[in-house]
Design a protein around this ligand. Structure first.
Ligand code: HEC
Ligand code: HEC
Length: 263
């Protein structure tokens, strides 16, 4: 074998090792076919904070609420179903979904449908995701710092879960009995035993009760539980609860009343 052929073999091996490393968050394959480490800023970033930014970035980052439409909004394949304008069009979830599956998930139909693809199982590299979010998606211009955008990148690559693992046609597939104990220790102080207490800091007309959201929109519920409610004191649970516990909590929350009984 010539030296050149041997070298080609060796670099193929390196690429193979790099690909294996990707899933473990280790070296990444760069476009040149070599191996490059993800930037330190990515390693240091917080997927949990990125998950909050995925919701309402301006609430999570303390920025002004956008007044224009997201630049990609006009290009959505289906412009008839979802006619929202302004800040809603900047929420990652509005285009990619609470289940991260875009047009292949819950937003395949209904008033949130845009026809845009999901980001679950994306194979994009950390640097490419950062560049896309900052520049192509214009979140840099919207005021997010590089650290914010690394947090979003970390969420995209490490913070998503397959919601099909915890949600099926009937709702959360966990144990309501096990969820009751988690609820008592992690939620009850702010939401009350029946989920109908107005949580501290919320408006008196608050009507998105725990039981309502768990039943109405399980994919949104799991995201709020894992990443908190941006702009409120509700803490994220992503680093404290396993996905199974989120499913248990969801199953219990689905047994709670959706609204106060009529007076
Ligand atoms: C207005 C709709 C819209 C919003 C809001 C939006 N995206 Fe996207 N996103 C798109 C579209 C459209 C694409 C496909 C881009 C392309 O391929 O040209 C995309 C692609 C992506 C990709 C690449 C996926 C891949 O595998 O190629 C990532 C990652 C991503 N978006 C993350 C985000 C994040 C994080 C946010 C919020 C900070 C966000 N997006 C907000 C429309 C949107
Ligand atoms: C420290 C107080 C606190 C704790 C603990 C807390 N929450 Fe919350 N939660 C809030 C506040 C405040 C809001 C925001 C209400 C609003 O929208 O104004 C909220 C919002 C919500 C929402 C609705 C989101 C929406 O769309 O308005 C759900 C569902 C929810 N919490 C469930 C839970 C569950 C389940 C737990 C336990 C894992 C929990 N919360 C723990 C304070 C808390």
């Amino acid at each position: 074998m010539t030296t050149r052929a041997l070298f080609a073999r060796l670099s193929m091996l390196t690429i193979g090792v790099g690909l294996l490393g990707l899933s473990a968050g280790c070296p990444e394959v760069d476009m040149g076919g070599g191996v490059s480490e993800p930037p330190q800023a990515f390693t240091d970033a917080s997927a949990t904070r990125g998950g909050a930014l995925y919701d309402k970035f301006w609430e999570a980052a303390g920025l002004n609420e956008p007044t224009t439409d997201h630049p990609l909004w006009a290009t959505r394949p289906d412009t008839d179903s979802n006619t929202r304008v302004g800040s809603d069009t900047w929420r990652c979830k509005e285009c990619h979904g609470w289940d991260y599956k875009g047009v292949s998930g819950a937003y395949s139909s209904g008033s949130h449908r845009t026809g845009i693809a999901g980001i679950f199982n994306t194979t994009i590299s950390a640097q490419d995701a950062f560049d896309l979010i900052k520049t192509d998606h214009a979140y840099g211009d919207a005021g997010l710092s590089d650290d914010d955008i690394w947090d979003l990148t970390k969420f995209v690559l490490d913070g998503q879960i397959d919601t099909d693992d915890i949600i099926d046609g009937a709702g959360f597939n966990g144990s309501a009995g096990a969820g009751e104990a988690v609820y008592a220790s992690a939620c009850m102080a702010c939401h009350g035993a029946d989920g109908l207490m107005i949580p501290p800091g919320a408006d008196e007309d608050h009507d998105e009760f725990v039981g309502l959201l768990a039943n109405d929109n399980p994919a949104e519920y799991q995201h709020k539980i894992r990443f908190g409610q941006p702009g409120s004191i509700m803490p994220p649970q992503a680093e404290l609860l396993t996905n199974e516990q989120v499913a248990d909590l969801g199953a219990f929350s689905q047994t709670l009343p959706e609204a106060p009984a009529a007076p």
